[in-house]
Design a protein around this ligand. Structure first.
Ligand code: HEM
Length: 416
């Protein structure tokens, strides 16, 4: 390893990131993996970049806690943001986590997800029709961001006319999870939780009065609970509905946006996918690995733990760098190569272990339908300006990707 790389690792601080890092974090991740894979940061936390170390932490829920009550208390004080994040299942440990997860997994059943496919295809084709009419488009606003927001809207059966604020609420609440936030981001996040809760209270009251079909409507299913009488409390219900929207929104937008940009940057792989549409499943896995939309996870040790020769006392915050682990050569052959046919591909984009993403089947379905139908209709899509990065370290994606599209030979009719 050259001196620059060693320097990059030695000076790395998650709280002081450079524009070069935001543009391309992978050289830094590589330097860390090679020279300081269990990096102690100036604030006393550890930053992990090796695949095996992430798996060890993810799989050990006894030593590595997801409960964020202690950690979020100084950051959020006694605020709605605090109440929201500490009630979300992702930031809880067993037994609270196990109970809430069982209810959510029951609602996101394979049957419920398979039932969403026809609506999803119609939605994607409607968006593609609108894009064709425009010729010049923003891949994010006009396509990638428009899909998950509708899918989660359908999942909770939010009336169409009430969906407008959902995206901004979600972005504001997730924005407040960045490692460092200013007073504006904090205020925006709190206001978003307040407005979202007020909206959901009304929606839940209407749904209690007039339940939907629990096989299709996740909100009805969550309200009714399981046959054994297990139910969410009102507070758990409202905050976990907000969490579902947030968890499934920006991450999936970024999967679609990052995937379409990765194909633009790898013309050979783009051609390969157009010529072999059956590769869409492995292509989506590779997009998830190569530009993971959720780059960081967090845990806190609750008992002394030794990892890779480093002794961590109880109470040590640990950041799990998914973006780095997914390019670890000890796990992936030629990891910097974007290969849409890569197998095996046991990436960590959805985490692993007890908290593994509860919506991954839905995210995969959205990604596959969106990207395969986009490519079939617009195989010659091309950049029409510089893509703008989202500027976040945790959620990696684009704010805008200006493109031109022209109809392809294999054009699909909007109804097909
Ligand atoms: C490409 C899209 C997505 C990515 C990359 C992603 C990534 C992740 C990751 C890394 C975790 C684990 C967090 C941890 O262990 O600390 C997670 C958890 C979760 N995700 Fe996703 N997610 C995606 C889409 C979705 C969707 C569409 C939904 C639901 C509609 C969803 C719902 C959840 C839930 C409920 C959890 C918490 C599970 C638990 O704590 O037991 N996600 N996701």
């Amino acid at each position: 390893m050259n001196l620059d790389a060693r320097e990059l690792a030695a000076t790395f601080d998650l709280e002081k990131l450079t524009p070069e890092f935001y543009a391309n974090p992978y050289p830094t991740y590589r330097a860390l993996r090679e020279s300081e894979p269990i990096k102690r940061l100036p604030n006393g936390s550890y930053f992990l970049t090796r695949y095996d170390d992430l798996v060890a932490a993810y799989k050990n829920t006894k030593a590595f806690s997801s409960d964020k009550k202690k950690e979020f208390s100084p950051k959020y004080g006694d605020s709605l943001l605090y109440e929201h994040h500490t009630t979300s299942l992702v930031f809880n440990d067993p037994p609270a986590h196990t109970r809430v997860r069982r209810l959510i997994m029951g609602a996101l059943s394979p049957r419920a997800i398979a039932g969403m496919e026809p609506d999803l295809v119609r939605l994607v084709d409607r968006l593609l029709g609108a894009i064709a009419a425009k010729g010049k488009v923003d891949l994010i606003d006009d396509f990638a961001a428009a899909i998950p927001i509708e899918v989660i809207g359908n999942l909770l059966d939010v009336p169409q006319s009430e969906r407008d604020p959902l995206r901004d609420w979600s972005l504001a609440i997730l924005g407040a999870l960045e490692p460092v936030i200013g007073p504006d981001a904090f205020a925006r996040g709190n206001k978003a939780v307040e407005d979202f809760l007020a909206y959901l209270e009304g929606l839940v009251a209407r749904r209690r009065a007039k339940p939907g079909n629990p096989d299709r409507d996740v909100l009805t299913r969550l309200i009714q609970g399981e046959d054994n009488g297990e139910r969410l409390t009102e507070k758990e219900l409202l905050h976990n509905c907000i969490f579902l929207l947030n968890a499934g929104h920006e991450t999936t937008t970024n999967l679609i946006g990052n995937g379409l940009v990765a194909l633009l940057n790898h013309a050979g792989e783009k051609r390969r996918l157009i010529e072999n549409p059956d590769l869409i499943k492995t292509a989506i896995e590779e997009m998830l690995r190569f530009e993971s939309s959720n780059q960081l996870g967090n845990r806190m040790t609750v008992e002394p733990f030794e990892l890779g020769g480093v002794a961590m006392p109880a109470g040590t915050p640990v950041t799990l760098c998914i973006g780095a682990a997914n390019r670890d050569p000890a796990q992936f052959a030629d990891p910097e190569r974007f290969d849409i046919g890569r197998t095996p591909n046991r990436h960590l984009a959805f985490g692993t272990g007890a908290h593994q993403c509860a919506g991954m089947a839905l995210a995969r379905l959205e990604g596959a339908i969106a990207i395969s139908r986009f490519l079939a209709r617009f195989p010659d899509y091309a950049l029409d300006g510089e893509p703008v990065r989202g500027g976040r370290v945790r959620f990696r994606g684009f704010l805008s990707v200006p493109c031109t599209v022209s109809q392809g030979a294999g054009e699909l009719s909007p109804a097909s």
